[in-house]
Design a protein around this ligand. Structure first.
Ligand code: ZN
Length: 219
């Protein structure tokens, strides 16, 4: 269990499991020359991977090939899953996060047919910014999320472009792995993933609001 506190907004008391959805936007699947999946593609990260984007440096491995940023909507589950439960009743808040990925390592793992954990589960690979209360799916579809690197927008997405919507992801995750309070789900990245560089200043945006920021330190 990890205690996280925020300067403003709601307090994220604990994180239990961290689930992630791969290839959930068609344009991103295509840019990495992957096929578009026919059912949700899930993987997970250890809680040690969590890091807050609250202005501080984020230390990432600099000696294991390229690291890509993947900017994603991260949802937080607020109560135990029950069959048939609606999104509005189980999703309590969300934020913008980064699923950092050791891309060269992942490419090698894919070739061998090995699990992705080495490429996805390293410390600080799961960045989250400030969580805000869930205000309904239609409200969320009105606002784009984005990532700026050194002041330049490099990724932009909207949940309406997901291949598998949030309700499908929640049901699929619960059915296969279990889902309860304090679980986070990274819901997939839109196109525009790219290599992060030492000293990059990253800011995570929800519409016009900055939800979090960090500076990359490769070591
Ligand atoms: Zn991802």
């Amino acid at each position: 269990m990890i205690i996280l506190t925020w300067k403003r907004g709601i307090v994220l008391n604990k994180v239990n499991n961290i689930y992630c959805v791969g290839r959930n936007y068609a344009a991103h699947a295509k840019e990495l020359l992957n096929e578009i999946p026919t059912s949700p593609m899930l993987f997970s990260k250890p809680t040690h991977a969590l890091a807050e984007a609250n202005g501080q440096k984020v230390l990432l491995p600099g000696n294991r090939g390229s690291i890509h940023f993947e900017t994603e909507i991260v949802i937080r589950i607020g109560r135990p899953y029950e069959q048939g439960i609606k999104l509005e009743d189980i999703l309590d808040s969300f934020t913008i996060g980064i699923d950092f990925t050791l891309r060269d390592v992942q490419t090698e793992l894919k070739k061998k047919g090995h699990p992705w954990l080495l490429a996805k589960g390293f410390p600080n690979s799961a960045v989250i910014s400030e969580f805000i209360p869930f205000s309904g799916i239609e409200e969320m579809k009105k606002i784009d999320f984005s990532l700026q690197r050194n002041g330049e927008k490099v990724q932009q997405g909207n949940i309406k472009n997901m291949i598998f919507d949030l309700q499908t992801i929640i049901d699929f995750t619960a059915l296969n792995f279990g889902l309860g309070e304090g679980d986070l789900i990274y819901t997939g990245t839109p196109e525009g993933v790219s290599q992060v560089m030492d000293r990059d200043h990253l800011t995570l945006h929800w519409g016009n609001s900055v939800m979090g920021e960090c500076v990359i330190k490769l070591a």
